[in-house]
Each structure stands twice: as structure tokens, then as C-alpha cells.
Design a protein around this ligand. Sequence first.
Ligand code: PGA
Length: 256
Amino acid sequence: MRKKILAANWKMNLTHTEAESYFQAFLSEIGHINDVEIVIIPPFIAIPALVSASEKVSFVRIGAQNMHWEKSGAFTGEVSATMLRALYIKYVIVGHSERRTLFGETDEIVNRKVKTALDAGLRPILCVGETLRERDSGQVEEVLRRQLHECLETVMEKDLTEIVVAYEPIWAIGTGRSATPAEAEQAHAFIRSVLAELYGVLAADRVRIQYGGSVKPENAEDLMRQKNIDGALIGGASLDPRSFARIIWRAEAALT
Ligand code: PGA
């Protein structure tokens, strides 16, 4: 049984004080949650405030949106896996399409980040997904296969369950146009089949695969009911604590 994981990717939004207010509002909204895992992923600078605010809240974890692949050194402006671990961070997003398209991250860089994160005891949320042009020209499977093969190169089977894969079709991110539950399920099942080719069916079965791209309270339940969808990575709709809470309730409703 894969526990669903709902993660709020704030991107470059909210100051550290706004993050604290958000967190208090979110807690009073959500009450207590046991059945799904919740991760809030703010900009780096708000991480310390949220880590201390969430100290006594066992069902919420704080994550990071990015990290460098080297352990330390002359990399002005970068943050290392060790620094994140020192703040008790567990999850880190790697290979988000915004990092790939706006900051030139390649599959090779993403692969290095995955391995560095695992070495440091972090769980990577590995983002994959196709562009609209790739979808329209029938290349979805080819793109996903290539991204998975390259981003997971030399990653060992024992580490696979530490990884969460996020399927994020680029045409659905921030556009209001989510993949339909059937489209998403098809891609998720394909991703799991590629993981099974690489690591065997049993290992692939344990990996959680999140869907990301215009998830909102209105579409969350139908998406979460799909067999191979094990959670969501939510951008825009997670910036409002009430809307993030509503998405989590819809995910819980999908469990019944
Ligand atoms: P969105 O972003 O929910 O705003 O589409 C998702 C993401 O980029 O992780």
C-alpha cells in the first residue's frame, strides 16, 4: 500500500513571515491528518521558520525546491544537500521543468542531484514530463522513458523507494489545463512499467508517483482515485492554505 503524498510547491512565492501565517492558517484549517503525507515546499529562505513552526506537527514535513549536486564548494548562490539535512529536511524537488527550461538543467544534472540527495539521506521528488509539442507528436512514452533512464542512471534498487516520481506534463503546469484522470493514469502506468523494466516489478510497485499540473480542489479526487496516482505536486492552488487543505481532503476522500 503506497501512502499518498501531497506536496505544496510554492515556487518563488511568500516571504518567511507570510510562510508562518500561512502555516498557522493551514493548521487550523486542516485539523489532524493521518492517512496521507503532507509536504510543504517553500523557498529556501522560509525553510527555517517552517521547520520550527512544524516541530510538533508530525503529519507535515517541510521540503526544498532545489539543491546543488556537489557537497560543498565555490558555487555562489547555491545550497547543498548537507545544509538541507542539517535543517531536518527530508524531501527535495529535483528536475522541475522550470529548472530544466529556465535554468538549463539537463537529465545528466538531474541524475547527479538525485544521487547526491540520496547520499545525503534526502528523498528526491524527481520531476518528469513532456511538452505539448511532444504530446501532440506522439512522443510521450519516448520522452518519459528517456528522462527516467537518464535521471536514474546508476541509482541502485535499494534506493528506489526513497524516490518519489512526479509526472508533470509541462502543458498542464500553471495553465489551468490539467491532464484528465485517464491521460494522467496512462502516463503513470507507463512510468511504473519503465521502473519495472529497470528495477523489477516489486520495486516499481513500491514507488510513489505524484501527478502535478493544475491540480485544484475540483479535480483532485478524480485524479487521486486512479490506480497509479499516489499523490500530487501542487503549485498555484497550494498558495492558499484553504485551497491546499481542500485538495488534501479530496485526496482523503479518494481513499474510501
Ligand atoms: P501548478 O504547478 O499546480 O501551478 O500547475 C505544479 C508544479 O509546477 O509543480
